[in-house]
Design a protein around this ligand. Structure first.
Ligand code: FAD
Length: 247
């Protein structure tokens, strides 16, 4: 019930659970022990229900398409929940209960796609940031982080251009060459981590061995605080943290 949990099951079936806890109770009233500011906000807007800010659990189930019905993208609501319950028949009943407790209207199918690196292009007065240029699989959880990194970098370049330190085209070109250097890296690594054709998604002995190795490595890291910290730092760096000197 704390933060994010990843489940790596047989055949590469994966589940992610996010537990979100907010300051309001299920009636939209501030929970005990929080400061007056939120209470004042609620008083100022009577009837405001903070519908999207109540405690909730968000779950996602992912599998290679070869293990899913051909019409999976046509399925909606309760049928999706039923499919996930069927696919996780051997999982712990508590997890499976979470799947069935959700509001069926909140379940939907999503095809995971990726962009591919492209050759450099001539800068112009039009440029792109975020998924518009580098859609990636959620394998490394860095798509939005990379979009924000783009925004920061482009803002700095445009600000420098407005101060007369470089031309507009040099600002855009500088942004694009730096952006593509980290974005294509993220696209390629995100794809490798969520590739439905990889050994992780095999149903044979090789797949079982690969998943056992990965689980053992993750469990070991979880029990070794210095290694865990190192991994967190490496992940943060990959997400663009501490890259103040990028421009
Ligand atoms: C399952 C999943 C899990 C993810 N997990 C993570 C994670 O843990 N960490 C992370 O960093 N990233 C994650 N991502 C990636 C992240 O969601 C995206 O990289 C991020 O949302 C991209 O932001 P964006 O603003 O570039 O594009 P978008 O969020 O797609 O925003 C584009 C907006 O433009 C709107 N739009 C489109 N066409 C038009 C039009 N013609 N007129 C007006 N509006 C239009 C769209 O409706 C949309 O609101 C995940 C993605 C998925 C699918």
């Amino acid at each position: 019930m704390e933060g994010v949990t990843m489940v790596h099951g047989p055949k590469g079936f994966m589940c992610i659970l996010h537990v979100m806890r907010f300051k309001w109770d299920e009636d939209g009233k501030p929970k005990a022990g929080i400061g007056s500011t939120d209470a004042e906000a609620l008083r100022a807007w009577p009837g405001m229900l903070y519908d999207n800010s109540r405690d909730y659990i968000m779950w996602g189930f992912a599998a290679s398409e070869k293990w899913l019905p051909k019409d999976v993208t046509q399925l909606r609501g309760a049928r999706i929940q039923q499919l996930v319950t069927e696919k996780t028949a051997s999982w712990h009943p508590d997890y499976r209960r979470i799947f069935s407790l959700g509001d069926p209207d909140s379940s939907f199918p999503l095809v995971i796609r990726t962009s591919e690196p492209i050759d450099p292009w001539k800068p112009s007065s039009v440029t792109l940031i975020g998924d518009a240029i580098h859609t990636m699989t959620p394998g490394r959880g860095v798509g939005a982080n990379t979009a924000l990194r783009d925004a920061r970098l482009l803002t700095r370049k445009l600000a420098a251009a407005s101060r007369g330190e470089l031309s507009l085209l040099d600002a855009v070109g500088g942004y694009e060459s730096t952006m593509t250097s980290y974005a294509w890296d993220a696209v390629i690594k995100s794809r490798a981590q969520m590739d439905g054709h990889s050994v992780m998604h095999k149903g044979d002995l090789l797949g079982t061995l690969a998943r056992t190795g990965m689980r053992t490595a993750m469990r070991t890291m979880n029990h070794l605080p210095p290694v865990k910290r190192k991994m967190v730092l490496a992940e943060s760096s990959f997400r663009g943290a501490g890259r103040e000197d990028e421009d």
